[in-house]
Design a protein around this ligand. Structure first.
Ligand SMILES: [Zn+2]
Length: 117
């Protein structure tokens, strides 16, 4: 998903993206708490991106689901492991849902950028 920021019409103070160094609206930081730009956000970069991930805890009959809040690094590591595990488990079964496209699955708990509105 790409968002176009119309710099010519939006008189926003610009600051540097902490992640890639490109200009981004200061509003992103002051209003939304992001120190990285939309592009980095869409690419899953940047700091402070939180994911609420339902994780099954326990073993056997004693399992429960906890929603674990992860930062982006943790989330990626977790996702990677999940994917690897599922690929092993499901080798003979139907193709798994593409976990790389999980932004929408966790949509309500991902703090998404709402710039440009
Ligand atoms: Zn950036």
């Amino acid at each position: 998903m790409l968002q176009t920021i119309k710099r010519s019409t939006m008189k926003l103070k610009m600051i540097k993206c902490k992640c890639c160094g490109e200009d981004m609206p200061e509003l992103r930081l002051t209003k939304y708490g992001y120190n990285f730009c939309v592009t980095c956000s869409d690419n899953g970069k940047g700091e402070g991106m939180k994911h609420g991930v339902p994780v099954m805890m326990g073993e056997g009959d004693h399992t429960w689901i906890e929603t674990v809040i992860m930062n982006d690094d943790q989330y990626r590591a977790y996702n990677h492991n999940e994917k690897a595990l599922k690929n092993l488990d499901k080798s003979g079964k139907a193709e798994m849902q593409d976990m790389d496209d999980d932004k929408n699955l966790y949509g309500p708990v991902i703090i998404k950028d709402v710039d440009g509105k």
